[in-house]
Design a protein around this ligand. Structure first.
Ligand code: SF4
Length: 461
């Protein structure tokens, strides 16, 4: 098999620089069932984990959290800014979606598809069917969730909605700290959720929170190592949000009594630099630092440019970080070499086996990736005897569906990676390959010989 050759000439607005245009919608305010984690703002009039000064929440507030109005407004704004809007990643933020009433959830998701389709549907499955060939397709969907809301039934629901990525709050793998910070779940819930979500093909993100009360820099690093050393965890992506004291949070009322201080900028940088060195090739840091407005912070705002400072420092010291985002072609267009090759990393993960396929050049710049899993358990009947592709992502500027590829998108890299995944699965005795596919990508997989089974695209190999 020949190596794939991406074409040169890359331009990008950053928002869509990773290939797909994100569209964020916010849930109406609702308290979490277990109570309030002590660092959570926990507002009554805004979603529990946000303040009324976060840009997305401010937008949603003016629209009374009406999801249809939110999608309309965001879509128009993205189009005005010149972003391609044929491939949308819908991101649902604001609370534990799986704890909202069932009717609200169905209506919410259906509303998103309906607005993007430009037509009202009778039910969710009709909305999804229309979206398969609509002008604005949902190619990926992310839901924020808690580790203890990932039962098989709940995961089935997430697939019904069309979700492809789940982010769970993990913060620190320490039962003692979970108890003292009122998280309401244990490490074992994180491990179980991770296995089920990966077995169902989801891309899995962890939220990590260094600097919690009762932790130390050493403990944060030790527990962070565990995230990757212990095969029960090993997420695909991370958001690293150092703990802050936010107005109205339980922590704001108790921090003096427990003699708690947040990390200084220097301490945050130290922790982040060490974390970046630990993160393996297969994991992407989506974001560092939460956007909490200065006036809402009791401890004063930490610098929002910390990530860049840490990355620059690592580069200066020539310290390697293998993290995905830093290696993506969209962020590395200067002097780009096109001597691409396929690299495959094999690792154990939550009782299954993962193959992380990357198209990289000789500087390790990443053009595309695919995550193939041999699951631990067949979580749904339609996944019987299936290996599963959990993610396929071609990096570079997002292109509309019929635009000709200028860099790595639409230049055949996706097809190349799928053929490779089919080969690996077949050589390991699997007769079928399933793909967790956003509703808007089903057409693409149909062209590659895949058929819809349950909510997955499946092919005999
Ligand atoms: S689970 Fe998330 S939203 Fe719920 S209280 Fe904890 S931090 Fe806040």
């Amino acid at each position: 098999m020949t190596n794939p050759t991406p074409m040169n000439g890359i331009k990008k607005p950053v928002r869509s620089g990773s290939g797909v245009t994100p569209l964020t919608v916010v849930l109406k305010p609702r308290k979490c069932n277990h109570g309030t984690c002590i660092y959570c703002p926990g507002g009554d009039y805004v979603p529990q984990s946000y303040t009324d000064k976060s840009p997305a929440v401010m937008r949603a507030l003016t629209l009374n959290f009406d999801v249809r109005e939110q999608v309309k407004a965001r879509l128009n704004a993205l189009m005005k800014m010149g972003h391609p809007t044929e491939k949308i990643e819908l991101i649902i933020i604001g609370g534990t979606f799986l704890q909202y009433p069932l009717d609200y959830r169905y209506d919410y998701i259906q509303g998103c598809y309906d607005v993007l389709n430009g037509i009202e549907s009778k039910n969710l499955s009709e909305a999804q069917k229309i979206n398969e060939s609509a002008e604005h397709r949902i190619v990926a969907m992310c839901i924020e969730n808690r580790p203890d809301n990932c039962s098989v039934e709940e995961i089935k629901k997430m697939r019904e909605y069309g979700a492809t990525r789940v982010e769970i709050g993990v913060q620190i793998l320490d039962d003692e700290i979970y108890k003292k910070t009122a998280r309401g779940h244990k490490i074992k819930d994180v491990a179980e959720a991770s296995q089920r979500l990966k077995d169902a093909g989801f891309k899995l993100g962890y939220h990590i929170m260094p600097g919690l009360p009762y932790s130390t820099i050493e403990k944060d690093i030790e527990k962070f190592k565990m995230v990757f050393d212990n095969e029960s965890f090993r997420p695909d992506q991370l958001k690293i949000y150092p703990c802050q004291i936010v107005e109205d949070s339980p922590l704001a009322k108790m921090y003096k009594r427990i003699n708690y201080k947040t990390y200084t900028d220097e301490e945050i940088k130290k922790v982040l630099a060490r974390m970046m060195e630990i993160i393996p090739d297969y994991c992407r840091v989506m974001r560092v630092m939460r956007e909490i407005p200065k006036e809402k912070m009791i401890n004063g705002a930490a610098s929002t440019s910390i990530r860049k400072e840490v990355e620059d420092e690592l580069k200066r010291k020539n310290t390697s970080t293998k993290e995905i985002r830093i290696r993506e072609v969209g962020f590395n267009k200067d002097g780009l070499k096109l001597d691409t090759k396929l690299k495959t990393i094999e690792y154990d993960s939550s009782g299954g086996k993962e193959f992380f396929l990357e198209i990289v050049n000789s500087d390790d710049i990443l053009f595309g990736l695919l995550r193939l899993r041999f699951p631990k358990e067949e979580i749904f009947p339609e996944l019987k005897n299936c290996a599963i592709v959990r993610e396929i992502h071609i990096y570079g500027q997002a292109l509309n569906l019929h635009e000709k590829g200028k860099d790595s998108q639409h230049t055949g890299l996706g097809k190349y990676l799928m053929i490779e995944a089919e080969r690996i699965a077949n050589e390991n005795g699997y007769k079928k390959l399933a793909v967790i596919s956003g509703v808007g990508v089903r057409e693409y997989y149909k062209k590659l010989g895949y058929k819809l089974e349950g909510t997955y695209m499946v092919k005999s190999i």
